[in-house]
Ligand binder design. Structure first.
Ligand code: C2E
Ligand code: MG
Ligand code: MG
Length: 635
């Protein structure tokens, strides 16, 4: 099909001359097909069957050319249609009245057609072909091979005059198309120059020439777009103003070149703090703007503020001198602090001045309640590094029970951190920060080794063959050396592989299927048990359960805790247990808080459980004591 006609002058201009040529050729071919169709009918009516046959062939080949043209192969379609027309006209003249045939009238038109369409080579071939054809017809008339009806005398003047007409038309067409071609090329060049200068003006108007970052006007435009997008997706947008506190001092003491260098380095660092889709802009001398779009929760904003504060806290190397920079950061969040671009910019600016008033080198949210989150985040991130070394981290163990025998099967190792100032920090708070900062690997290695060592200690103390379950972060698992780490922890502690269970999250199995499958297979072959933690909260596609060698599903505590008060949750727990059994998997219920829940789980066939009904996670010694007491009671 032919592409539709552009709707506006702009789109037509963009489609260009090629489109116009295609369209025109198609129109001309339509007219020719109809004309030849009419001539076919006339010839049939007069009983000129040979001519009619020739014309039918011409119509057919013109239709082929139309099809080629419709597919965008205009040059080929043009050449074909001209060859067909030329041969058709020649055949008609030979079959008809020779030099007196009306088909020769179409020669100049054909030349014009070729010339105007810019088919230069075809044009030359056609002109030569026409002159040769006229010579041939003259020759045939002279030798009585071809005769007109009625028979008319043929002198040299007839082919000569027709040749003159052909040559003159050809010349006009040639000159005209040369001029037109030149004009078109000139126009194209001017258009390109105009586009380039538009692009340059746009860069100058929208970018900061020193750092290449967007300037205030582009940032304002992008903010409008982010807000629109956020309104549609129900997401949040954060606007951060960042002002360097001591830039003037650095500029004055080290010189402007050093100041420029510092601004470029700050720009690079800020860009490294955000995602590709976020915007970092320079809005004035030492003032930057950061726009974060499509945010689902406040944690992401807190993390970026913490990252910016952390990165700017490091020294910059400017012309061989170590320069320390401090910045004041003000943040407003949409829709809470306003949903229009101007209001948000104003509020972020206000927050930034609050940060300056608070003594500089700090951050401030327009909504003050968020300030605490960042302080905490920063405290946690910096404290976590030393926590391991200074023994602030401990492993606690929550007992897990066999629901048939009531025996303690083992325990889940749960990380605990006692911060010297903030007190006990729950893992839900510091594990995500450790994951973001990459510290989770070091932390995970320590947990794995410590848990294996403790579990082997229980065995040596005569507590029996207890199993230890260790939570493994997806990030830790995606590294190449998880197998080596597990092997080393087992080897160093002497714990058998079958006594170690790794708890993985569903997201890991769904997102990273191929590589993880092999790793799980190899770990399983050694005897290491694999459990899926918080099962039921993640994904609806359960196909992964068949693909991976998993031993146990841990039913998420949110369902277990509500199963006695909510029929849906009860149904879900029951369904998970039945599905697990169909797949030859065992189940562990987490969050069992009362005996009624326990009885139901037992009735549904759940194999094991843990929860406050028995005990929270206990420090190592208390866990050993707990197990001893249980074993003494059981006799
Ligand atoms: P999880 O692996 O699902 O751990 C179970 C959580 O439920 C623990 O919270 C536990 O104390 C709590 N819990 C156990 N029984 C009950 C109950 O009957 N009722 C209620 N309400 N809660 C119960 P915790 O210790 O705060 O751990 C939270 C999460 O932090 C863990 O969830 C786990 O995902 C993560 N985590 C803990 N330790 C580690 C670790 O060493 N490495 C990694 N990567 N993640 C860990
Ligand atoms: Mg767990
Ligand atoms: Mg869990």
């Amino acid at each position: 099909m032919l592409r539709p006609l552009p709707q506006s002058p702009e789109t037509a201009r963009a489609a260009g001359f090629a489109w116009l040529r295609q369209r025109r050729l198609q129109q001309i071919l339509w007219v020719l097909v109809m004309m030849f169709g009419l001539v076919v009918v006339m010839n049939l009516a007069y009983g000129r069957y040979v001519s009619a046959g020739l014309e039918v062939a011409v119509v057919f080949l013109l239709a082929v050319a139309m099809r080629l043209n419709a597919r965008g192969r205009t040059d080929r379609a043009g050449a074909l249609s001209m060859a067909v027309l030329m041969l058709g006209l020649c055949a008609l003249a030979l079959n008809g009245q020779g030099l007196f045939d009306e088909s020769l009238m179409a020669f100049p038109a054909l030349l014009l057609f070729a010339g105007l369409f810019g088919f230069r080579r075809v044009f030359v071939v056609l002109a030569c072909g026409m002159l040769a054809m006229l010579a041939l017809l003259y020759f045939l008339h002279q030798h009585d091979i071809l005769r007109s009806t009625p028979v008319l005398p043929v002198g040299w003047e007839r082919p000569f005059v027709i040749s003159l007409v052909v040559i003159a038309t050809g010349l006009f067409a040639w000159l005209l198309t040369s001029d037109l071609g030149q004009a078109v090329r000139q126009l194209e060049a001017e258009k390109q120059a105009l586009e380039e200068s538009h692009a340059r003006i746009e860069v100058l108007a929208q970018r900061d020439s020193l750092t290449g970052l967007p300037n205030r006007s582009l940032a304002r435009e992008r903010l409008g777009f982010l807000l629109q997008q956020a309104r549609r997706n129900g997401a949040m947008v954060a606007v951060m103003f960042l002002d360097l506190d001591n830039f003037k001092t650095i500029n004055d003491s080290l010189g402007h070149a050093a100041g420029d260098e510092l601004l470029c380095q700050v720009a690079d660092k800020l860009r490294a703090c955000v995602r590709e889709t976020d915007t970092v802009a320079r809005v004035s001398g030492d003032e930057f703007l950061i726009l974060l779009g499509d945010l689902q929760d406040e944690d992401a904003i807190v993390a970026v503020v913490a990252k910016v504060t952390h990165l700017l806290g490091r020294a910059f190397a400017i012309e061989g001198v170590e320069v320390l920079v401090t910045a004041s950061l003000g943040t407003a969040v949409a829709p809470r602090d306003g949903d229009g671009a101007d209001l948000l910019l104003k509020n972020a600016d206000t927050a930034m001045y609050q940060a300056k008033d608070a003594g500089r080198n700090t951050f401030c949210f327009f909504d003050a309640s968020m300030n605490e989150s960042v302080t905490e985040h920063l405290h946690i991130a910096s404290g976590l590094r030393s926590a391991l070394a200074s023994g602030e981290l401990q492993l606690h163990y929550q007992p897990q029970f066999d629901l048939h025998s009531g025996r303690v099967l083992g325990a889940e190792a749960l990380l605990r951190w006692h911060h010297p100032e903030l007190g006990w920090i729950p893992p839900g708070k510091f594990i995500p920060i450790a994951e973001r900062s990459g510290l989770i690997n070091e932390l995970g290695t320590w947990v794995l080794r410590q848990a294996c060592r403790d579990a082997q200690g229980w065995r040596s103390d005569g507590l029996g063959e207890l199993r230890v379950a260790v939570n493994v972060s997806p990030l830790q698992f995606r590294r190449d050396d998880i197998e080596r780490e597990v092997a080393q922890a087992l080897l160093a502690s002497g714990l058998p592989a079958t006594a170690l269970e790794l708890e993985l999250t569903e997201s890991l199995l769904v997102a990273d299927a191929r590589n993880i499958g092999d790793v799980l297979q190899r770990l399983g072959a050694q005897g290491v048990q694999i459990a899926i933690d918080d099962f039921g909260t993640g994904y609806s596609n359960l196909g992964y359960l068949r693909r991976f060698s998993v031993h146990r599903l841990k039913i998420d505590q949110s369902f277990v805790r509500r199963m006695c008060i909510n029929a849906h949750d009860e149904g879900l727990v029951r369904a998970i247990i039945e599905m697990a059994h169909c797949l030859d998997l065992q189940t562990v219920a987490e969050g069992v808080e009362d005996s009624q829940t326990l009885e139901r789980l037992h009735a549904f066939g759940c194999e094991s459980a843990q929860g406050f009904h028995w005990s929270p996670a206990l420090p190592g010694d208390a866990f050993v004591e707990f197990v001893r007491e249980r074993q003494a009671v059981a006799g």
